[in-house]
Design a protein around this ligand. Structure first.
Ligand code: DX5
Ligand code: ZN
Length: 217
């Protein structure tokens, strides 16, 4: 699969979300960070905002749920219009059941791992998923520095996906920029979330194109 760039609206102006979503027309997906002040020490937005965003843009929404009890809430994000819903495996009570429910409702299902969470215990879950998200910073805030210590886990996850013969996307999120994207791609990632590197740029749409080019190198 060609590299995908998913701008994160966490770094956008929340008072102008519709315009900010349209500023990255041409992006593959729009990454929407949902935080609940419990799973992470920050609070962003919920189902009503996702519903409005889904109406405001043609770019499909990639919802990253950094919340407790995703088993209860994740299905509502599919109903709100998300094309992909990612839950944190550290927070999910029944990840297989949850992934199946997300898929049954018509969205892609993804599992996220914090930097200190190993992939090996979750190997058996891979066939239930459409994507794995390896966090490359501690979840909670945009603009943090990329953690190189996550690179071996990206490689390892790509290896496991290959060993099972699966067609899973491998997403990285946190500190992805022109300076770090090639390292991630080389380790096996093919979906790249970028917040500050896109919305902090003078021309966000151009930043998306240039990140996509760098990921191909
Ligand atoms: C952080 C979020 C990220 C964040 C990335 O917890 O999950 O999606 O927006 O921001 P940057 O690209 O600035 O690190
Ligand atoms: Zn995210």
């Amino acid at each position: 699969m060609a590299a995908q760039i998913n701008p994160s609206i966490l770094s956008a102006d929340f008072a102008r979300l519709a315009d900010e979503a349209r500023a990255v027309d041409g992006a593959d997906w729009l990454h929407v960070d949902v935080m609940d002040n419990h799973f992470v020490p920050n609070l962003t937005l919920g189902v009503p905002v996702v519903e409005s965003l889904a109406r405001a843009t043609d770019t499909p929404l990639d919802c990253h749920l950094m919340i407790e009890d995703p088993d209860r809430w994740a299905p509502q994000y599919v109903e709100a219009g998300a094309g992909s819903v990612t839950f944190h495996v550290e927070a999910a009570a029944a990840p297989v059941r949850l992934a199946r429910e997300i898929r049954a409702k018509g969205a892609r299902a993804a599992m996220a791992l914090k930097p200190a969470t190993a992939i090996e215990p979750y190997e058996e879950l891979l066939p239930e998923l459409d994507m794995v998200l390896i966090m490359t910073v501690e979840p909670g805030f945009g603009g943090q520095s990329f953690l190189d210590l996550t690179l071996p886990k990206i490689r390892r996850t790509r290896e496991l996906i290959g060993r099972h013969g699966l067609d899973l996307w491998l997403q990285v999120d946190g500190g992805v920029s022109a300076a770090t994207i090639e390292r991630c791609a080389e380790a096996g990632a093919d979906v790249f979330v970028a917040g500050s590197a896109v919305y902090g740029a003078e021309d966000p749409a151009e930043a998306v194109r240039s990140l996509r080019d760098s990921a191909r190198k």
